[in-house]
Design a protein around this ligand. Structure first.
Ligand code: AMP
Ligand code: GLY
Length: 428
């Protein structure tokens, strides 16, 4: 099979590497890809959001499968366009991708089908939001833009003034554009967070190995929210007992709900969960593989990835056994100094070999490109995801951090405490 992967981050690099292990794959393409991916797949400079351009590329390359990885083309309906043109495609269609594309949709879905989530209210007028928040008078309170906002549309306000400022930014200054025309105000939940990515064909659902993201920029969960500074898998808080409970109260009810709404979800459905004192609750749904969760989850997959993709497409996932390695994985993200704010790019990265790799572990490239001299330079906020698998989490972290220390560029930034919370949970 010739496969085109849409996207160009660390997640797509991890998808490409897992697809490359399949006996069924003859050729891999990626658009737009990046400097590291280009060593493993032929890359084309078509933007992930350019639906017409991507369709033209798929036709030119005569691919057998299109794998749409990022949220924006999924929410915009790239899968529908590809399927209408006759391409086998991995990812939910537009009707199903709304589960991530609109928080108002997903909250209403959960309410209608009794899926546990934070208490909430929806508004489209700033005054009404503020009336509600001042009446509730419970802080912190959580304010979310309805639509996609590059993972930054969630504001946790500690008091009324912060809430007021957030509402002004989202609804009046429109810092997230039309995504902020409606907002959801939510009860603040507490507890360990778990990411559970699931394969689903709309009828049955198979959770992958659980993982834990580290969203804040600085050690000790300080600093700004980012796309994710590192991950570990499995997540020790997610016990078998909790997994069973989530299957009964969250996973199955969600795919049934989507089926009943006439929006069957096929692809990877990502559950962002919080294990609250009152049981697991949904923080968010994503209609895709997570980044950097994929970088620790897919290396542990022990079943041919293409077999799973085909089973999902043909709606026979229920018949397939999906196997996982009994190992632990850790990914440490190396970012450009300054991220998630302004940073300098074009800086040459030292320590990588010709393939953009190091000897001891695998380096997933997120924001890299090749400069005119063929050197690998940083070209994004999150630059590399240095990943190791081992028989224990502590060993995986040790290998990954040793790898991180062998790579360098000017102003490089990474967290030193990825996995520490998970290690403590294993000890308890
Ligand atoms: P998101 O961008 O939706 O992944 O949200 C970013 C982060 O905000 C989540 O990972 C949580 O840590 C936090 N968050 C979102 N909703 C809530 C909530 N209702 N209560 C507490 N924290 C939340
Ligand atoms: N790592 C969080 C996400 O992919 O949305």
């Amino acid at each position: 099979m010739k496969i085109l992967v849409v996207g160009g981050g660390g997640r797509e690099h991890a998808i490409i590497m897992k697809l490359a292990e399949s006996k069924k794959v003859s050729k891999l393409y990626c658009a737009p890809g990046n400097g590291g991916i280009s060593k493993y797949a032929e890359c084309f400079s078509v933007k992930a959001t350019d639906i017409d351009g991507m369709l033209a590329l798929a036709k030119k390359l005569e691919v057998d499968l299109v794998f749409v990885a990022p949220d924006d083309p999924l929410v915009a309906g790239m899968v529908d366009v590809m399927q209408n043109a006759g391409f086998r495609t991995f990812g939910p269609n537009k009707a199903a991708a709304i589960i991530e594309g609109s928080k108002v949709f997903s909250k209403n879905l959960m309410q209608k089908y009794n899926i546990p989530t934070a208490k909430y209210a929806v508004f489209n007028q700033p005054e009404k939001v503020l009336d509600y928040i001042s009446n509730e008078n419970t802080y912190p309170t959580v304010i979310k833009a309805d639509g996609l906002a590059l993972g930054k549309g969630v504001i946790i306000a500690q008091n009324y003034d912060e809430a007021k400022a957030a509402v002004a930014e989202i609804m009046e200054d429109k810092i997230f554009g039309e995504s902020g025309s409606q907002v959801v105000v939510e009860e603040f939940l507490t507890g360990p967070e778990v990411s559970v990515l699931c394969f689903t064909d709309g009828k049955s659902i198979k959770p992958m190995i659980s993982s834990m993201d580290h969203k804040r920029a600085l050690d000790g969960d300080q600093g700004l929210n980012t796309g994710g500074m590192g991950t570990v898998a499995p997540n020790p808080y997610y016990t078998d007992e909790i997994a069973n409970e989530c299957m009964e109260t969250i996973f199955l009810p969600t795919i049934d709900a989507m089926q009943k709404e006439g929006r069957p979800f096929k692809g990877c459905l990502y559950f962002g969960l919080m294990l609250t004192p009152n049981g697991p609750k949904v923080i968010e749904y994503n209609c895709r593989f997570g980044d950097p969760e994929t970088q620790v989850v897919l290396p542990l997959l022990d079943t041919d990835f293409v077999d799973i993709i085909e089973a999902i497409e043909e709606e026979r996932l229920g018949e397939l056994t999906v196997n996982w390695k009994n190992e632990n994985a850790a990914c440490v993200v190396m970012a450009s100094g300054g991220y998630p704010k302004k940073y300098e790019s074009g800086l040459v990265i030292s320590g990588l070999d010709d393939k953009g790799q190091i000897e001891s572990c695998f380096v997933y490239h997120a924001g890299t490109k090749l400069n005119d001299n063929g050197e690998i330079v940083n070209a994004g906020g999150r630059v590399l995801g240095v990943t190791a698998t081992a028989e224990s989490l502590s060993k995986a972290l040790e290998i990954a951090y040793k790898g991180v220390e062998s790579i360098n560029w000017k102003n490089v930034h990474y967290r030193h405490d990825i996995g520490q919370k998970a290690l403590k949970a294993f000890e308890n």
